[in-house]
Structure formats: structure tokens, C-alpha cells
Design a protein around this ligand. Structure first.
Ligand code: PMT
Length: 408
């Protein structure tokens, strides 16, 4: 994938080398175009080293133009990504003025454009900036973030640039979604992350799920045009752009939120690591350390996945199986026992599955299977969503998409 990365003059530009690295890890060719003010925050030398290409900054650089003119650069791009995007560049994009190389490329390209705004929270909330954001969105420019949190100016609010990894994942979803939108018009509900089952006001039972797999599935489904509802346990991840997120704590809350969201859903994907058991009795006060040993009685939590699979006229239902041994056998057992349409099996342990950026999975359905070698969760999720879509149309038939067959 060819990405023109525009870097404009904000303090978040110091994260640009990391962003370039994340894009290149995903096999993108990255051509950096800097504005004059960006050069105040990050050096050309650093950016050239990480991108492996000479930096472009001047519309009137005759030598660079001879190698690839700004019009050729605009055509070369599969995506124009501006990160960080200042309030000023947003205003310039709205106006259509093209005084420099970056804004000229934006006018001349037919590729999708995405921007990751970064600015002081008062500037972000300013009416002019918000009007510009709305105009850009109406014109189809994708706005990634901004995030909320502490800012370089010492204040707190909305305006932080999203983290490089989140921007890179979103960039690939946007560029990859231009050709096939396998799930246009479909509603997909996804669970992700762990649950927390309280013992007393200060302690709970949980597990090692980070939510990365489920969030990647949500991003990939949204990139394929689906309306996505993500029911998320407590995680420390950026919310995926264009996805409705419902935050929950316990398995019971996840059950309730899932069943609220599931109405009219076409596909349900259970990537969450839901507690199987919870304390029977939650103590109102902190348990004191008095005895040498103690017991906590546990009772079963509702099985969300099995309950959705049992719905009459329910969605196409996909489970995950997290196993430490006999992965295929146990996964196939869950497929049959919970009456699922598909199950995605992964080995979990100290060095696989949980809380990592990569995963290795095997997928089973009643009369087929497919193996996916180790890959970044973001990339794996794209392939898994394509497979889920293919199987969904194969089983539910009626409005099947011809182009799905071409992928698998
Ligand atoms: O979140 P990460 O750090 O990225 O890690 C990813 C992952 C390992 C958590 C993910 O890939 C995964 O395997 N998710 C399922 C974890 C799990 O709970 O597996 P299980 O084999 O115990 O459960 C089987 C299925 O039933 C799962 O789809 C689970 O969501 C569902 N379930 C389980 C119990 C329950 N009470 N309700 C459920 O819906």
C-alpha cells in the first residue's frame, strides 16, 4: 500500500517516526510530505531514516518534481494520511487553498484522505474547528480521533493525537475498505476484553484479555461497511473510529448489553474472555485478613455466546475458543455444544493469545476449517472478517455478495 503521510506543525509531530515505523511494519510504502512548520518539531533526517525515502516538502523543488511530480505523487497514493493535523491544515483543506505541496496533493488525489487532528482542547472545541471538522466529514475525509487526555500544554481534554498504532490500524482499514465492502448494510455485534467479577469493594476476579483481538475484529468489520456495536469489558484501548462502544464490567452486564444490541444483528462475534464463574456473594465491606485460609464460593455466570446461539432467528454466531491444550478438539466441542455457526480457536498462555499484538488461529465450522498462521491481530482480523462474511453469505444465502467468493 502506498501512503502519502503529511506531517504538519504540532508537538505531536514527534510521534511521526513511530507512526512511519508502524505503517512500514504493515508493509506500506510511506512517502512523507512535511509542511514548513512541521520541521520545527521533527527532523528530516529522522524521518528519512525511518521511511527510507527522501522527504518532500517544497512544491517548487525541481529535482524532486522531476523524480515524481506532485500530480504523480497524488496518483501514486492509495491513501493520504495527515498526522498530526493542525487546526490550520483542517481550515486549509476546507477552503481548497493549495499554497504548499501537501494541500496541493490533497486537492489532486483521488485516494481517500484521513486526518488525525492534534491540538489544544480549546482549539479543537472552537466553533470554527468543529465546523471545519463537520465539513471535512461531509466530504468523506476520515477524522481519526482526537483522543482525550493530558496535553502537551499541561491541560486536559480532547485534542491529543491518537497513538501511532491506532492511526496505522485505521489507515489500513480505510485504504483496504475502498474496493470491497463485504458487510455493507449488515449489523455486527462483537464482545471484547475481560470481565471483572467483584469479590468485595476493592477486589475482583478477572483474566489476562487485553481486548486487542476483539477491537481489531470491530475495526475490520467497520472497514467492511458494517454497523458495529462493540460490547467491551474493561480495557486500555482507543475506541475504534466509527464503532458504537458499550462499556461493561461484569459478565452479567455484558450479557445484558449484548442482548440489547443483538436485535436486528446479522452477525455476532464473541471475542471477549467472559468469566465462567463469579463470587456467589459480594461482600459490602473489604474482607479483612483474619484467617490463615479462606474460601470464596463461586456460581456460574450466564453464557452469553450460547444464549445468542439459542435465539430463534438469531444472528450468524461466531465464538472464540481460548485453550491451553487440545486446542482443535476443545474448540470443535464448543462449536457443537453451543450450536455455533463458526468457532475461532487460539492457544493462550504466557507467550501467545492474550495481551499481544499478534495471534495464530484455526477456524472451524460444521463442514470446513481454515488455518491462519501467526500475524498481527489487525491483519488477522481483516482475513477473519472476510471469512466470516463469506460463510455468512454461504449459509444465510439470499442477498449474497458475489465479490466475497473471490476472496476465499
Ligand atoms: O483480548 P486479547 O488480549 O487480544 O486476547 C484475545 C483472546 C485470547 C481473549 C481471544 O482471541 C479469545 O480467545 N477470546 C475468547 C476467550 C474465552 O473466553 O474463550 P472460552 O473458550 O473460555 O469461551 C468460549 C466462547 O464462549 C468465547 O467466545 C467466549 O466469549 C464465550 N463465553 C464464555 C463464557 C461466558 N460466560 N460467556 C461467553 O460468551
Amino acid at each position: 500500500m502506498n501512503i502519502v503521510l503529511g506531517i504538519t506543525g504540532g508537538i505531536a509531530a514527534y510521534k511521526a517516526p513511530d507512526l512511519v515505523r508502524r505503517l512500514r511494519e504493515r508493509d506500506a510504502d510511506v512517502q512523507i510530505v512535511m509542511t514548513a512548520s512541521a520541521e520545527e518539531f521533527v527532523t528530516e533526517t529522522a524521518l528519512q531514516a525511518v521511511s527510507g525515502r527522501p522527504i518532500r516538502s517544497n512544491l517548487w523543488d525541481k529535482e524532486a518534481e522531476r523524480a515524481m511530480s506532485h500530480i504523480e505523487l497524488a496518483r501514486w497514493a492509495d491513501l493520504v494520511l495527515i498526522a498530526p493535523a493542525t487546526a490550520e491544515v483542517m481550515a486549509r483543506l476546507v477552503s481548497g487553498a493549495a499554497p504548499d505541496l501537501l494541500s496541493t496533493i490533497c486537492l489532486a488525489t483521488e485516494a481517500p484522505i484521513a486526518i488525525a487532528p492534534a491540538m489544544n482542547h480549546v482549539m479543537w472545541n472552537n466553533q470554527a474547528t468543529q465546523a471545519n471538522r463537520a465539513t471535512l466529514e461531509e466530504r468523506g475525509i476520515r477524522i481519526l480521533g482526537p483522543g482525550v487526555g493530558s496535553q502537551a500544554c499541561g491541560e486536559t481534554g480532547a485534542g491529543r493525537m491518537l497513538e501511532p498504532d491506532a492511526i496505522a490500524a485505521a489507515a489500513f482499514d480505510i485504504a483496504g475498505s475502498q474496493d470491497e465492502r463485504l458487510l455493507d448494510g449488515k449489523k455486527v455485534v462483537i464482545t471484547a476484553g475481560p470481565t471483572r467479577e467483584p469479590i468485595d469493594p476493592v477486589r475482583y476476579i478477572t483474566n489476562r484479555s487485553s481486548g486487542k483481538m476483539g477491537y481489531a475484529m470491530a475495526r475490520a468489520a467497520a472497514a467492511q461497511g458494517a454497523e458495529v456495536v462493540l460490547v467491551s469489558g474493561p480495557v486500555n484501548l482507543e475506541e475504534p473510529a466509527g464503532v458504537e462502544v458499550t462499556h461493561v464490567g461484569t459478565a452479567h452486564e455484558m450479557y445484558e448489553a449484548t442482548h440489547t444490541a443483538i436485535e436486528n444483528a446479522d452477525i455476532f462475534i464473541a471475542a471477549a474472555a467472559v468469566a465462567d464463574y463469579r463470587p456467589a456473594d459480594i461482600k459490602e465491606q473489604k474482607i479483612k485478613k483474619t484467617e490463615e485460609s479462606m474460601r470464596i464460593d463461586l456460581v456460574r455466570c450466564p453464557d452469553i455466546l450460547a444464549s445468542v446461539a439459542a435465539l430463534e432467528a438469531g444472528p450468524y454466531t461466531v465464538g472464540f475458543a481460548a485453550e491451553t491444550e487440545k486446542v482443535d478438539d476443545y474448540a470443535k466441542g464448543k462449536l457443537r455444544k453451543k450450536k455455533l455457526d463458526m468457532i475461532i480457536a487460539n492457544r493462550v498462555g504466557d507467550d501467545c493469545g492474550f495481551d499481544r499484538d499478534d495471534n495464530t488461529v484455526s477456524v472451524f465450522w460444521s463442514d470446513g476449517e481454515e488455518r491462519f498462521p501467526q500475524a498481527q491481530k489487525a491483519l488477522l482480523a481483516r482475513d477473519l472478517i472476510a471469512l466470516v462474511a463469506h460463510r455468512y453469505y454461504a449459509v444465510r444465502g439470499a442477498d449474497s455478495k458475489d465479490n466475497v467468493i473471490a476472496i476465499h
